[in-house]
Design a protein around this ligand. Structure first.
Ligand SMILES: O=C(O)CCC(=O)C(=O)O
Ligand SMILES: [Fe+2]
Length: 370
């Protein structure tokens, strides 16, 4: 039975596990393995966005309250859920259905739209996080098609290149379904960036310029097949999101864990129907000069159920120079990071997803001023 399930979902190297052999590529070091009964504590905050999505309400004090809530969630958790967010449920259902139909196809069919180092959009099932293979398969789709990026991560090379999308033949209207959804989630991202800016005491539109033209955002369809050794492997290993903001739709299965700042414990994020999980990425950490932190998270898998999730990664234009904002630094609180070029960082990161490296891939703390 397990063999049949796996045969349906997994690539040949993972299939070896069904024969009783554990593929070492997926095995986490003992200190990073998941706990079988994770803590289900109070959980991340839930924030009601109706003051900005319900157009009949224009009470300035309700916006003030909302901005405060966002500020504390960013400071204390780095993660929160939003409800009444304005993204139509039907669009979310359409993309979730399209994702299930796409991944249910044969590996041969899916590989017709494979991602590679030159064109990192499309299907992929051998991604590594922190040099351990993730128990998942993904489909990536750039928001801007084509997306303008640096040709390589050499700081002295100014040449640019383009990433373009691939579209599978099945399910029909895959591209339109994704594009319709992306438009709404992008709008939500702009609104959240405004609230975050206000919570930092900045002009609401402070961050807009970085995303208006040439944003490098992408959306990912994640599929986590059932795993015969959920105590050894992870769907996604521990990591922080590199961009500005992530807007995640998870299904009802659950498995996302967040490292709680206060206790440094892994907390399971309980699924809430039609809510989105928002997390602050590394770029906001740098812009805010560590007032807000990008929080570590990971994904557990389970032996019976497959799981689907859809993160949208809000990334600025490639030529954005990321550095602590001048408004938030002064003599007493100097900048904690050296400026870095987002496009170069992105291209370097993408490359490390394709192969197991023997060194750690690039992280923001490499730019930290001691
Ligand atoms: O599947 C999830 O819940 C989260 C996935 C994730 O963290 C990522 O793709 O960066
Ligand atoms: Fe993530």
């Amino acid at each position: 039975m397990i063999d049949l399930l796996l045969a349906k979902y997994l690539s040949s190297s993972a299939l070896a596990t069904a024969m009783g052999e554990v593929d070492p590529a997926f095995i986490q070091d003992p200190q990073h393995r998941p706990k079988i009964s994770p803590i289900q504590a109070e959980g991340i905050p839930t924030i009601d966005l109706s003051p900005i999505t319900n157009h009949t309400v224009s009470d300035p004090s309700s916006i003030e309250v909302l901005v405060k809530e966002i500020g504390s969630a960013c400071k204390e958790w780095g993660f929160f859920q939003v409800i009444n967010h304005g993204v139509p449920l039907t669009l979310r259902q359409n993309i979730e259905k399209a994702s299930r139909l796409f991944f249910a196809q044969s590996l041969e069919e899916k590989k017709k739209v494979s991602r590679d180092e030159m064109s990192p959009s499309g299907y992929y099932d051998t991604e590594h996080t922190k040099n351990v293979r993730d128990w998942k398969e993904v489909f990536d789709f750039q928001v801007k098609d084509p997306t303008l990026v640096p040709l390589n991560y050499d700081d002295h090379d100014d040449r640019v290149s383009y990433w373009t999308n691939q579209f599978p033949e099945y399910p029909p209207n895959f591209r339109e379904i994704i594009e319709e959804y992306v438009q709404e989630v992008e709008e939500l991202s702009f609104k959240l960036m405004q609230l975050i800016a206000m919570s930092l005491g900045l002009d609401a539109k402070r961050f807009e310029e970085f995303f208006m033209k040439d944003q490098t955002s992408f959306i990912r369809l994640n599929h986590y097949p059932p795993c015969p050794y959920p105590h050894l492997a992870l769907g996604v290993g521990r990591h922080k999101d590199a961009g500005a903001l992530t807007i995640l739709a998870q299904d009802e299965v659950g498995g996302l864990e967040v490292k709680r700042k206060a206790e440094q414990e892994w907390i399971l994020v309980k699924p809430t129907p039609d809510a989105y999980i928002i997390n602050v990425g590394d770029i906001i950490q740098v812009w805010s000069n560590d007032l807000y932190e990008s929080v570590e998270h990971r994904v557990m898998v389970n032996s019976e159920k497959e799981r689907f999730s859809i993160p949208f990664f809000f990334f600025p234009a490639h030529y954005t120079v990321v550095k602590p904002l001048e408004e938030l630094t002064n003599k007493q609180t100097p900048a904690k990071y050296m400026p870095y070029n987002w496009g170069k960082f992105l291209v370097r990161r993408k490359g490390s997803n394709f192969k197991k490296l023997n060194v750690e891939n690039i992280q923001i703390y490499h730019f930290k001023i001691a």
